[in-house]
Design a protein around this ligand. Structure first.
Ligand code: PRP
Ligand code: URA
Length: 205
């Protein structure tokens, strides 16, 4: 696995606002969108392109067009908070969904639903803002690899060192995060973290 800690002052400042417990749900969603857009730019840095000649008002010039559109796979619920900015940057990308739920007593993730059809040979971008024990991430990655995914970029906002360690053996995985936080607490929540991302997006006041 290649781990990329996305270093950018605007991203750090947006993450600080997400962490703040008094940030209300509407603002939390907007900030997640803005940070998601920055992560979408980073996650697509190495997309392949093909040459394309265009005519400017002045002359012909050689440019490029994207040759491939990775499939987007948000992990519900929290991953839905990153989907809109990725679709904004990659409107041609297909989108599939997967829902997983962590048991808050055991920390173990259970599969609930997916809409993944044929992904043989496809490049995927998995969206899940939180990596804690990596139980969820490992289940999703194993599932899509078994279905024939070619390469995986996983995008998160906050990750634990324990979670990153548990992903280390995947060869064709690039893991992007804004912050590697300090540790997990006894309930498998990330410290300092930002709390429950899904609740902060969808629970309301
Ligand atoms: C959260 C988060 C990740 C998972 C991370 O989801 O969005 O999917 O926990 O924890 P892990 O690395 O220990 O597996 P949760 O299962 O709470 O569901 P939600 O998205 O509906 O909030
Ligand atoms: N999921 C979250 O939303 N937050 C955590 O800290 C851990 C898992």
């Amino acid at each position: 696995m290649e781990t990329i800690e996305f270093e950018h002052p605007v991203a750090r400042s947006l993450l600080t606002k997400l962490r703040e417990r008094s940030t209300p749900p509407d603002e939390f969603r907007k900030i997640a969108y803005r940070l998601g857009f920055m992560l979408a730019v980073e996650a697509t840095r190495n997309l392949g392109t093909l040459p394309l000649t265009v005519e400017t008002p002045m002359e012909n010039t050689l440019g490029e067009e994207c040759a491939e559109y990775p499939m987007l796979l948000p992990v519900m619920r929290a991953g839905l908070g990153l989907l809109a900015p990725f679709m904004e940057l990659l409107p041609e990308s297909p989108v599939a969904f997967i829902a997983m739920k962590r048991d808050e007593k055991t920390g173990k993730a259970d599969w609930l639903y997916d809409s993944i059809a044929n992904i043989q040979g496809r490049d995927l971008i998995i969206l899940d803002p939180m990596l804690a024990t990596a139980g969820t991430a490992r289940s999703v990655i194993d599932y899509v690899l078994a279905k024939g995914a070619e390469s995986i970029t996983m995008v998160s906002i906050v990750a634990s060192p324990e979670g990153i360690y548990r992903l280390r053996d995947y060869d064709n995985l690039t893991f992007i995060t804004v912050s590697v936080d300090r540790e997990l607490d006894e309930n498998w929540f990330i410290l300092p973290g930002l709390g429950d991302f899904g609740d902060r997006l969808y629970k309301g006041k």
